[in-house]
Write a protein that binds this ligand. Structure first.
Ligand code: NAP
Length: 490
């Protein structure tokens, strides 16, 4: 039997090393020597969100070491998010005092990214967001704490050392992964390393993951390309395929029973099966219930769970497209089909104050408006509703290849307002072309397609037992654009 690959920790953090050691992991330490400030300022310029920034930093540190070290290399990063801002380690005691003063009586988040590479490729990513509530304290209590602990607090982003009795006494409550609070999500990491045979226990052959997308027609779907690419990058054996199933519920239920029996981990579900999926499932998540449709079915050991990732896909792509710069207060949603439901739920989750919908069939807009507590407007009035609108979203199939363009006059739309078209064939719909020409920021449907795929991949390919965090990046974008261009050319 060959020895398992060596494990290297790409971090100079004493606490990360002590956590690994306390869990019986044999490893060596190689400091990555990465200049985090350069990565942070580059990431800020491209408008990267804080979760993506933490992940980017963990990856950079990991890969800086993985370039020269074979076997497993572990990288991690942590960002403190407080009242929508990111914080670095305090530079001096005055800053530490101010930090604790600001955070007392309030809750903040420690975004933790932990990644692993194997023989030079990132194979696993994990993201945790533990929430910490600092108890109410007066200045004298904060001064006394800082005096007792001294400059050691400067090594912590929060200006506290929660792992010590003194530091723990600063908190009312901590929710989430305790080790992620300290800098490394050890249990998800151990699960992944064990699964990969890193600890040399008798190797158990893991069955290749089977997953797919169900629809009709479905041959055009880009989902297999996305999932199979993520599986390839993570060196996970498995296959994601497109499966055509006739529209009737009976055909759908029979196909799901069959896939379950074949050992499929789960499937995405698209037109015309989103309501069938909800009906078939034993249980639906709150999101799927609120949206009233499912685009994910997970085949767990004793139940089938329906979920909907359209809303999260929409939020993630909106977030990236907005560069985290502004809040959406007013939105106009065109369309009242399945996708509109996810978009509306997402906008409500983002606390968008005024959401209006317009749909060709007015009765459908009225029904949706009633269900979600919004305003329904006449389809013919769509161009006159744009003044004061922060966001225009097209969720109709207008503008899709083979369909007529969306006929709308953008003259009243403010220049900074975002135009989001969830259609992705073509990538630049006539609506986006028109919006771009007048200088509005635009977001195309490919972004949402990639982001809505991530929860399914995490659950089915990475759910062993912890989810992994697949990456939406330029390489994936280019792969999909290449496939779309080939289609246009053929
Ligand atoms: P759906 O439930 O069938 O709804 C279609 C919507 O388009 C309805 O509001 C319909 O209006 C409207 N529509 C169709 N033809 C029209 C026309 N000629 N004039 C005006 N309105 C018209 O479909 P869906 O699931 O919501 O999907 C809609 C689009 O979003 C599709 O192109 C789909 O590919 C895309 N999509 C993209 C993503 C992504 O990740 N990027 C995710 C989901 C969906 P009526 O009610 O009047 O029929």
């Amino acid at each position: 039997m060959t020895a398992p690959p060596a494990i290297t920790l790409a971090s100079g953090s004493a606490i990360r090393a002590s956590i690994l050691k306390a869990h019986g992991v044999s490893f060596r330490v190689v400091k990555p020597g990465v200049d985090e400030s350069i990565i942070k300022s580059e990431a800020a310029k491209t408008g990267l969100g804080l979760e993506d920034m933490a992940m980017r930093l963990a990856e950079e540190k990991c890969m800086a070491v993985a370039k020269t070290q074979g076997g497993f290399v572990i990288g991690a990063d942590q960002i403190l998010e407080f009242e929508d801002h990111a914080y670095d380690k305090p530079h001096d005691m005055a800053e530490a005092k101010a930090r604790l003063g600001d955070m007392q009586g309030k809750t903040h988040t420690l975004i933790n990214a932990t990644v692993a590479a194997l023989d030079g490729d990132i194979i696993w990513r994990n993201l945790e967001r533990p929430r910490l509530s600092v108890r109410k304290m007066n200045r004298a209590e904060i001064d006394a704490y800082l005096e007792r602990v001294g400059e050691a607090v400067l090594s912590s982003v929060g200006a506290y050392m929660v792992e010590t009795p003194d530091g723990a006494a600063l908190f009312d409550r901590i929710d989430g992964d305790w080790f992620a609070v300290q800098g490394i999500a050890i249990y998800p990491l151990l699960a992944e390393l064990r699964q990969r045979g890193a600890f040399g226990e008798s190797w158990k052959e893991t069955l290749p993951v089977k997953a797919g997308v169900i629809g009709s027609p479905i041959a055009h779907s880009l989902s297999p390309l996305i999932h199979n690419e993520w599986a390839r990058r993570a060196k996970i054996a498995g296959r994601y395929e497109a499966i055509d199933v006739a529209p009737a519920y009976e055909a759908f239920a029979a196909a799901m029973d069959d896939l379950r029996a074949q050992g499929f981990a789960g499937v995405n579900v698209t037109i015309p099966h989103k309501e069938n999926a909800l009906r078939y499932a034993d249980r639906a998540t709150e999101t799927a219930r609120k949206i009233g449709a499912a685009n994910m079915l997970t085949f767990a050991a004793d139940e089938t769970i329906a979920d909907n990732s359209d809303a999260v896909g929409f939020i993630k792509s909106l977030d990236a497209g907005l560069s985290g710069r502004r809040k959406i207060d007013t939105a106009l949603v065109l369309g009242a089909g399945g996708a509109a439901r996810g978009v509306i739920a997402a906008l409500q989750g983002l606390k968008c104050e005024r959401i209006a919908i317009a749909n060709r069939t007015r009765s459908k807009a009225d029904a949706l408006a009633k269900e979600f507590g919004l305003e329904a407007l006449d389809w013919s009035a769509r161009s006159s509703l744009l003044a004061g609108c922060d966001l225009l979203v097209n969720t109709t199939s207008l503008g899709m290849a083979g369909q007529p363009s969306l006929d709308i006059d953008l003259a009243d739309l403010p220049n900074l307002s975002v135009v989001f078209d969830i259609v992705y064939t073509p990538l630049e719909t006539p609506l986006l072309k028109q919006a771009r020409a007048r200088g509005n920021p635009v977001i195309n449907g490919l972004e949402m397609l990639m982001h809505q795929a991530a929860p399914g991949f995490s659950t089915w390919f990475g759910g062993r037992p912890y989810p992994v965090f697949p990456r939406v990046d330029d390489a994936l974008r280019d792969l999909l654009i290449g496939a779309l261009n080939k289609r246009v050319g053929s």
